[in-house]
Design a protein around this ligand. Structure first.
Ligand code: FE
Ligand code: ZN
Ligand code: FE
Ligand code: FE
Length: 191
């Protein structure tokens, strides 16, 4: 631990003293750039979800859960297109930059699949992983709406609010799936 972190310790010297992180060369300048960078991040995330969600649906057993996820796959594809509209509206090229957080959340979901047999316990795990994903998206779009409003981009704010509402709906549907039998079935297996 000591020698391995020597280099990063040196790099973080200024951070240690002041608690402040110095801006790297490519760091966003100004709120608009931060906004655009955040849009690229969620654009990557939504595209990654169009690939990850079908795997979740395929591995779920409960039919209500499968329809919730399948419905959200369609919604997610529309959200990708909506983000392209947002970029166009802002006069920016739609480009994706890797969202480390979403990559991690998707990996966590995949590891649940590896650790469980098909059935109610796996379904409960799929719901848990999916809700973490939806909550990350709710947090992200909430922030993006605020940025858009602050920047006076009202049309863009309205588009992002549509997506925010869809993510909230998905979260509610997943909660309903959890309480309509899946978690109870999963608990019954333990008896
Ligand atoms: Fe989404
Ligand atoms: Zn991210
Ligand atoms: Fe994050
Ligand atoms: Fe979502």
């Amino acid at each position: 631990m000591e020698s391995k972190n020597k280099e990063s310790d040196n790099k973080n010297d200024s951070k240690k003293k002041t608690g402040k992180v110095k801006m790297s060369q490519n760091a966003a300048e100004g709120l608009r750039e931060l906004f655009i960078d955040s849009l690229k991040d969620i654009y990557w995330a939504e595209k990654a979800l169009t690939k990850a969600l079908p795997k979740m649906a395929k591995n779920a057993t409960n039919s209500d859960l499968i329809s919730t996820i399948e419905e959200h796959i369609e919604v997610t594809q529309k959200q990708v297109t909506r983000l392209e509209d947002v970029f166009a509206n802002l006069g920016e090229r739609a480009s994706a930059s890797k969202c480390e957080a979403m990559e991690g959340l998707i990996k966590e979901g995949e590891s649940i699949l590896e650790e469980t047999e098909p059935g109610p316990v796996r379904d409960a795990g799929i719901i848990a992983a999916s809700q973490k994903i939806e909550h990350y998206e709710i947090a992200t779009y909430g922030t993006l709406v605020a940025f858009a409003s602050t920047l006076g981009e009202d049309e863009v704010a309205d588009l992002l609010i549509e997506t925010l509402e869809e993510e909230k709906e998905a979260d509610v549907a997943l909660t309903e799936n959890a309480y309509n039998s899946i978690n109870f079935d999963a608990a019954d297996l333990d008896k």
